[in-house]
Design a protein around this ligand. Structure first.
Ligand code: ADP
Length: 240
């Protein structure tokens, strides 16, 4: 099933002489279970693509479909519900709330969606367990290591029944070992049926994805599928 589809998406910021074409007729389709990396130079439109895919901004032209639903056909409330229930975001600095424990951070999106605290916390714990953090649920972010904080942020992004995982340079502030760990976790989440889109500038990390989409000046200039990633080294050489 196609979890995310961008059809001819363009985005123009500003008007007249200050006009910026951040995206130009981008077509992209991500199936459930797929992890797609987006690469490109600074200013090529990577973050814009992610914000539009996450329905945080409207395209100037084109259509975005999440789980087969065209966003333009949804009311504001329905879009807000879709963002709360179906889309998980992982931000560069992870944005954990310091006053909440790990499990409270993970359960927060569910509680904000009106789910009773007990039930939300049970789902939060289940998500932490998937990421190997069941013992750390009652710790506060400053009692966790950097690597554990990333995993809490990823747990929060996949908690409940999220279908689409969007990550903007989730490894930006990390060393290469932790950066790879984030990619491995995102990949594992995708194996469980989530569709993932991750922006990264690091080719080594992008090689964890099933596909790499290259942007330049707002256009998709290349797509590789499948890349020769670290896992491919463990497999027999594919015949070309
Ligand atoms: P990247 O993530 O690849 O660095 P962005 O998507 O952030 O690229 O930006 C693409 C282009 O759109 C850049 O020229 C940037 O300056 C411009 N841009 C992004 N967001 C805005 C905005 N809110 N207002 C005006 N211009 C913007």
């Amino acid at each position: 099933m196609t979890a995310l589809e961008l059809r001819g998406v363009s985005k123009v910021y500003g008007e007249g002489p200050t006009e910026v074409h951040a995206l130009r007729e981008v077509n992209l389709s991500v199936d459930a279970g797929d992890l797609v990396a987006v690469m490109g130079p600074s200013g090529s439109g990577k973050s814009t693509l992610l914000t539009i895919a996450g329905s945080l901004e409207d395209p100037t032209a084109g259509e975005v479909l999440v789980g087969g639903l065209a966003l333009s056909g949804l009311s504001r409330n329905d879009r807000a519900r879709l963002r709360r229930r179906s889309i998980g975001y992982v931000f560069q600095d992870f944005n954990l709330l310091a006053g909440l424990t790990a499990v409270e951070n993970v359960a927060l999106p569910l509680e904000l969606d009106g789910i009773a605290a007990k039930k939300a916390q049970a789902s939060g714990l289940a998500a932490l367990e998937q990421l190997g953090l069941s013992d750390q649920g009652s710790r506060f972010p400053d009692q966790l290591s950097g690597g554990e904080r990333q995993r809490v942020a990823i747990a929060r992004a996949v908690v409940g029944d999220r279908r689409l995982l969007l990550a903007d340079e989730p490894s930006g502030a990390l060393d290469s070992v932790n950066g790879e760990a984030v990619m491995r976790l995102m990949r594992a989440a995708c194996r469980r049926g989530v569709a993932g889109v991750v922006v990264t500038h690091d080719a080594q990390l992008a090689s964890w994805a099933d596909r790499v989409v290259f942007l330049r000046d707002g256009r998709v200039v290349d797509q590789t599928s499948p890349p020769l990633g670290p896992e491919s080294l463990l497999q027999p050489t594919p015949s070309q």
